[in-house]
Design a protein. Structure first.
Length: 97
């Protein structure tokens, strides 16, 4: 469910210019991304972030995911999930440069 929500938000925002993103879009993006992490869909979130078509969206809204990603890094008990969260964190930082 969380992945589908995030994909729906991404799809809607892909047709918009960055300046047309609404505050609601940022909130929905953050909530759906956080749910992906909490529900264990970290790999799917990583794929969405890596997709070149989503670069503008991630550059604009990606910082909203830093908190949930850091929590995943600090609380993650499974090494592979922590590694994926670290990759997401790394990509979020790089996209902002």
């Amino acid at each position: 469910m969380a992945v589908e929500e995030l994909q729906s938000i991404i799809k809607r925002c892909q047709i918009l210019e960055e300046h047309d993103f609404k505050e609601e879009d940022f909130g929905l993006f953050q909530l759906a991304g956080q749910r992906c992490i909490e529900d264990g869909y970290i790999n799917q979130l990583l794929e969405i972030i890596q997709d070149e078509k989503n670069k503008t969206i991630i550059k604009s809204m990606g910082w909203n995911l830093v908190g949930p990603v850091v929590r995943c890094l600090l609380r993650g008990r499974e090494e592979d999930k922590r590694e994926e969260c670290f990759l997401i964190f790394d990509l979020l930082v790089k996209v902002q440069l």
